[in-house]
Design a binder for this molecule. Structure first.
Ligand SMILES: C[S@@+](CC[C@H](N)C(=O)[O-])C[C@H]1O[C@@H](n2cnc3c(N)ncnc32)[C@H](O)[C@@H]1O
Length: 219
């Protein structure tokens, strides 16, 4: 079986057994992966190595793009709570290009980002977390963690499927609608405070926005 099919099969299986945390039926497509990794490639002439954290790498659909753009001296940490995904990622870093080309620069943390040791700060955080599946408190807590884990001036890149909250609200009960409204408020607050760029990724299933945020940046 090809790598792509094996990746899709693993993803669909995990989606069916753990919808809340997996949050998508398919791994992200290449256009979404490229948009999420915009700031791994765009270094604005800076030569200093980057410390990058990817949260929720899943089967590695976005990690592949990070790995392909990693430069000497950069470090990449991954935080993934799902055991099957962690096993698959470790195999990829063992054998499969472009993952294995950068294996020495990578650390895989098997656990939720909420439990990641706070002994390091990052220039970039790239998140694949399905925030619309979480409670409002969890979303607020996670954005707080991202802010603490970022260096001053560091960038958070994350995505959301376009229109998905409205569609889900239509089929949700009253508490579900309230939860989605709370998430929208929380996200709007974060974006108003620091969104520096937004990509519209139409060639993805479903289409997505990628938000790039610098906390504390005056807009
Ligand atoms: C929507 S999938 C994205 C996977 C991959 N980044 C992609 O784009 O194809 C969400 C991923 O986040 C992981 N995840 C969910 N909650 C997490 C948490 N609190 N900490 C770390 N990973 C988490 C899931 O296990 C899953 O791999």
């Amino acid at each position: 079986m090809s790598n792509w099919w094996s990746e899709v099969r693993t993803f669909v299986r995990e989606y069916r057994t753990n919808f809340k945390h997996t949050g998508a039926v398919l791994p992200s497509g290449s256009s979404l992966g490229k948009a999420l990794t915009r700031f791994v490639r765009k270094r604005d002439g800076a030569t200093a190595p980057l410390a990058i954290l990817e949260v929720g790498p899943g089967t590695g659909a976005v990690t592949r793009h990070i790995a392909a753009s990693l430069q000497a001296g950069d470090v990449l940490h991954l935080s993934e709570l799902n055991t099957s995904f962690v096993e698959l990622l470790r195999k990829r870093f063992d054998h499969q290009p472009p993952f294995c080309n950068v294996a020495e620069q990578v650390r895989v943390f098997h656990g939720p980002v909420e439990e990641l040791p706070h002994d390091m700060q990052y220039d970039l955080i790239i998140s694949g977390l399905p925030l619309n599946n979480f409670n409002v408190d969890e979303v607020e807590h996670i954005f707080g963690i991202f802010q603490k884990l970022l260096k001053p001036g560091g960038t958070l890149s994350f995505f959301e499927y376009i229109g998905i909250r409205k569609v889900r609200a239509m089929v949700s009960d009253a508490p579900g609608k309230e939860r989605l409204r709370g998430i929208a408020r929380c996200m709007e607050g974060v974006l108003q405070r620091g969104e520096i760029h937004r990509d519209h990724v139409w060639p993805n299933v479903p289409p997505a926005y990628v938000h790039h945020v610098r906390f504390g940046c005056d807009k």
